[in-house]
Design a protein around this ligand. Structure first.
Ligand code: FE2
Length: 670
């Protein structure tokens, strides 16, 4: 007889305990154990939350190299069936070897579940027939659990789930996250003390009333925004370091539909646009994607959404300033080019229309599509095509945490016909799908990779551009880590080409995420290790750093409504000199629209107490030395970057914290 010492670790997670009987079977290359009841000295406490419990499994002879374990649980007559969250199982063999079996998922039924030994294996290296069988069986089940769904034609496909409860429990929010999120959502307006205003469908009559509603400050930034929102320098700053750093690009030729002249923007003889463009000092933000859309109707009133063009000038002292704004795409007499030299309210209202357009473009294209919906595609394809034992699963699964559930919630509560976004933003309703479709058809792979995106937009040497500075460093650190891990498992390009699971992962992403549009540049298959490394870097960057950059500051920059109105309810001026402060107040969204938007961006800016930050992998899916060392090195580099960002921020009027690795979550979870 030989003894195997089995240690079972139950996760330290709310409700992770089981009082049911747990059985295990060990399966090795030379045989398998009997199904053994794990009954130990601790009795019922063996599988309590956080417990680490040891058992002995006897076998008549050695089982050889362990390949997998089978776990199941059943309940006693007096105890109901419950849900159990084992973290991992360790088995010490009679030969003295220790095998780790990562689990990190709920077991809710009394079926038999198979878990592979922790060494990562691609299908090529997975030579044992039982291993291969378990792999196939796992993917067949996942293909049933995670089905693609077409939410609307022309946008990325999503998970087929009507509500969060219909998702498999392994991808649902934890009890902690669920409770906090529901509480925050339910009490948002109360916490902001806005309850009395939530149904008040009237216009604002003075700025002080807006200030009184905006009393809640999460950080120093909302205060700053309230004080500086009218200033040109702050207006420009937000194109670089606000929550939408994706619009600005260097301008080398003026667009034909934006006929700005030297006389408009320079005092006579003080400069020319052509010269300044040659020097690389002119920048453009073009919201052409929003052109010709039917704006929403809110509180029974027609709303207005513009598709502006904004020209910016980098001055000799390195400050970036707006020099011209045209609110509609087609030049016309009733579509004036607004200038900083216009009357205070002409210029301010023009900027407000730009900020409102930016809110809508940001939420739908930059935030929802380019981070949330893509992260969901990467996750669904991973779950359907890549088994747990595969190195890609181990590498990417932490970067999919909570993404499916947060997106299901977004579809149910934000963009559904009665959703908050649909009801209270200018682009809600009909325009929303059009914007998402246009955004997807203009999206490129290059624009998802920050080094190429910055180069393509000509922004390499723009001063004080912290999104770029922090983002490029993060990209490099992530790339180094991903390269280390993947080149450990794929030594040659042919190994990438010959991995059918990996190829199915990317081809599903190409088909379901990018709707087989080859013009996006998204690979349809991988031919080299380098291509794979770059794509996986982009996936991790998008789910973590990029989402943080466009998500975390939503309350900071959009909480103060005048800086970022979700909708506007008067048309923009068609002639100069007709505006006033009263006109501006009448243009702002109604009180109820303002406070509902404020509560929503407040909720979407809150981290939950069980957030996991970039590079932290509390679930040890990898067990081999090399990937574990690479994770340590990755964490070390992120720490150094975090310290450098904190030191840099000390001297900034507005600290740029969104891409500080200590503040960036591993996944799209809010
Ligand atoms: Fe988000």
């Amino acid at each position: 007889m030989v003894d195997y010492i089995v240690t079972v670790f139950t996760a330290d997670l709310l409700n992770a305990t089981t009082l049911n009987n747990v059985h295990i079977k060990l399966v090795g290359t030379d045989g398998e154990s009997k199904r053994t009841w794990l009954m130990g000295l601790k009795g019922l406490a063996s599988f309590f939350r956080g417990a680490e419990s040891c058992f002995t499994v006897n076998c008549s002879t050695s089982l050889g190299k362990l390949v997998l374990i089978e776990l199941d649980k059943n309940h006693l007559p007096l105890f109901p069936e419950d849900s159990w969250f084992p973290a991992k199982v360790e088995v010490k063999s009679p030969e003295g070897d220790t095998y780790t079996f990562p689990i990190y998922r709920w077991i809710t039924d009394c079926e038999v579940h198979r878990f592979r030994e922790g060494t990562a294996l691609t299908i090529i290296d997975d030579t044992h027939p039982l291993g291969r069988y378990a792999r196939q069986e796992e993917l067949q089940q996942r293909a049933k659990d995670y089905c693609w769904h077409v939410y609307a034609e022309g946008i990325p496909h999503c998970i087929d789930a009507e509500d969060p409860l219909s998702l498999p429990c392994e991808v649902q929010f934890s009890f902690t996250k669920k409770t906090e999120f529901a509480y925050d959502a339910a009490t948002g307006l109360m916490d902001l003390e806005l309850k009395g205003l939530a149904d008040y469908k009237a216009k604002w009559t003075d700025m002080d009333a807006i200030k009184r509603a905006f009393w809640y400050k999460l950080s120093h930034i909302p205060n700053y925004v309230q004080e500086h929102w009218k200033e040109d320098a702050f207006f420009s700053y937000q194109f670089l370091n606000g929550i939408n750093p994706m619009m600005i690009q260097r301008c080398t030729t003026l667009p034909e539909n934006f006929p700005v002249t030297d006389d408009m923007v320079f005092l006579s003889g003080q400069g020319s646009l052509t010269d300044e463009m040659k020097k690389g000092n002119i920048f453009l933000c073009d919201y052409k994607l929003l052109d010709g859309l039917k704006a929403n109707t809110i509180n029974g009133k027609k709303q207005y959404l513009m598709a502006p063009l904004v020209l910016l000038h980098k001055r000799p002292d390195d400050t970036l300033m707006p020099i011209a704004i045209q609110l509609k795409q087609t030049p016309a007499d009733d579509n004036p080019i607004f200038l900083p030299t216009d009357s205070e309210y002409d210029w301010l209202i023009a900027k407000i229309f730009v900020r409102s357009a930016d809110f809508n473009e940001h939420q739908l294209n930059v935030h929802l599509l380019r981070t949330h919906l893509l992260a969901e595609v990467f996750a669904v394809s991973l779950l359907r095509n890549i088994p747990m034992v595969h190195p890609l699963y181990k590498l990417l699964i932490p970067h999919t945490r909570y993404t499916l559930q947060i997106n299901v919630l977004a579809r149910v509560t934000l963009i559904s016909p009665t959703g908050i976004f649909t009801q209270f933003t200018a682009s809600g309703g009909e325009a929303m799908t059009t914007i998402l479709k246009r955004s997807l058809s203009s999206l490129t792979y290059r624009s998802l990779c920050i080094p190429e995106d910055i180069a393509d937009r000509g922004l390499e040497d723009v001063p004080n551009f912290y999104y770029r500075d922090d983002g490029l460093k993060l990209w490099d650190i992530i790339h180094r880590f991903v390269k280390g891990v993947l080149s450990y498992y794929y030594k040659k390009d042919t190994e990438v080409q010959d991995d059918p699971e990996l190829q199915k992962w990317i081809s599903d992403i190409f088909e379901h995420g990018f709707l087989s549009q080859a013009a996006t540049g998204i690979p349809e298959r991988f031919t080299t290790v380098a291509e794979l490394v770059k794509f996986v870097t982009m996936v991790i960057f998008t789910c973590s750093a990029q989402h943080a950059a466009v998500n975390s500051g939503q309350y900071d920059f959009c909480g103060w409504m005048p800086n970022t109105p979700s909708s506007l309810q008067l048309p923009p001026p068609t002639k100069k000199g007709k505006t006033s402060k009263e006109k501006m107040l009448q243009t702002f969204p109604d009180v109820n629209v303002t406070v509902k938007s404020m509560a929503t961006v407040w909720l979407l800016s809150k981290h939950s107490s069980d957030s996991v930050y970039l590079g932290q992998y509390p679930e040890g899916h990898f067990s081999e030395d090399t990937p574990c060392k690479l994770i340590k090195a990755f964490q070390g580099q992120l720490k150094v970057l975090s310290a450098a960002i904190k030191a840099r921020n000390e001297s900034l009027e507005i600290p740029y914290t969104f891409m500080d690795p200590a503040e960036v979550e591993n996944s799209v979870s809010i």
